[in-house]
Design a protein around this ligand. Structure first.
Ligand SMILES: O=C[C@H](O)[C@H](O)[C@H](O)COP(=O)(O)O
Length: 259
């Protein structure tokens, strides 16, 4: 992996070009800076994977804006969720799907965690399955984060590692997932929403079990394989060896990390 390159803020008028300000930037402003930088990788005629979440949203808006201004042309977007599908249509991005475009030029998406090897945790917004399908079909996958997403080890932040499972006997699958990582003090919780604790249902009509670890889960590939071997599991939120570039926005500027 190449060392990170610190890109100083340029001086023209785009959000990217804002000089390093003396005021503290909000997390959302940092997300927007990373997103706008990623959109610089987009060229006319590309088939693009459109990510999901509060960071990717800025990239989708920016692509729509550039299409509207005529600075980008002939873009085809492949959305990674129903929500992004709606947003992309609303900003005028022509859409298609993986059946029609099985190979994509580029995808841009956020992440929940990024480790030093550019492995990711994704799916805290619930879109991991479609994201993994679309981003796995891309020649280049650019991840956009603010610096709060950087971790030493995936799953070590104390936050959720999402696993999408079929609803059928979900407690059984959740228990088997938890047992798999007993040594790491794993607790699996069904993701719910609303006052009545209704199960959160993904775009694919599945449930999500969020795994929380007290200790390091060790070898990530082994953990991935073990999770995927369980009947009832559809996909997990570890994106190993998929990102080609990670753009990190911080108060100091933008760091671009390449595989
Ligand atoms: O399911 C959600 C996606 O994986 C998101 O890309 C991820 O959760 C990061 O979201 P955000 O940019 O809102 O932090």
């Amino acid at each position: 992996m190449e060392a990170g390159i610190l890109v100083p803020s340029p001086t023209s008028s785009s959000p990217l070009s804002t000089p390093i300000p003396s005021v503290i930037l909000t997390q959302d402003e940092l997300k927007k800076i990373a997103a706008y930088k990623a959109v610089e990788y987009v060229e006319s005629g590309m088939v693009l994977g459109l990510g999901t979440g509060s960071t990717a949203k800025h990239a989708v808006d920016r692509i729509g804006e550039l299409l509207h201004q005529g600075k980008l042309q002939n873009i085809v977007g492949i959305p990674t969720s129903k929500k992004t599908h709606e947003q992309a249509l609303s900003v005028g991005i022509p859409l298609s799907d993986l059946d029609s475009h099985p190979v994509l030029d580029l995808a841009i998406d956020g992440a929940d965690e990024v480790d030093p090897h550019l492995n990711l945790v994704k799916g805290r917004g619930g879109s991991l399955l479609r994201e993994k399908m679309v981003e796995g079909a891309c020649r280049k996958f650019v991840v956009i984060v603010d610096e709060s997403k950087l971790v030493k080890h995936l799953g070590g932040s104390g936050l959720a590692m999402p696993v999408e499972i079929v609803p059928f006997c979900w407690k059984f699958t959740a228990k088997r997932l938890q047992d798999l990582f007993e040594d790491a003090g794993c607790v699996g919780k069904l993701r719910t929403f609303g006052e009545n604790g209704e199960p959160f249902v993904t775009d694919n009509r599945n449930y999500i079990v969020d795994l929380y670890f007290k200790k390091d889960i060790g070898d990530l590939k082994a953990a991935s394989d073990a999770i995927l071997q369980l009947a009832g599991v559809v996909e997990h939120g570890m994106f190993l060896d998929m990102a080609t570039t990670v753009i990190v926005a911080s108060e100091l500027g933008i760091t671009v990390k390449n595989k």
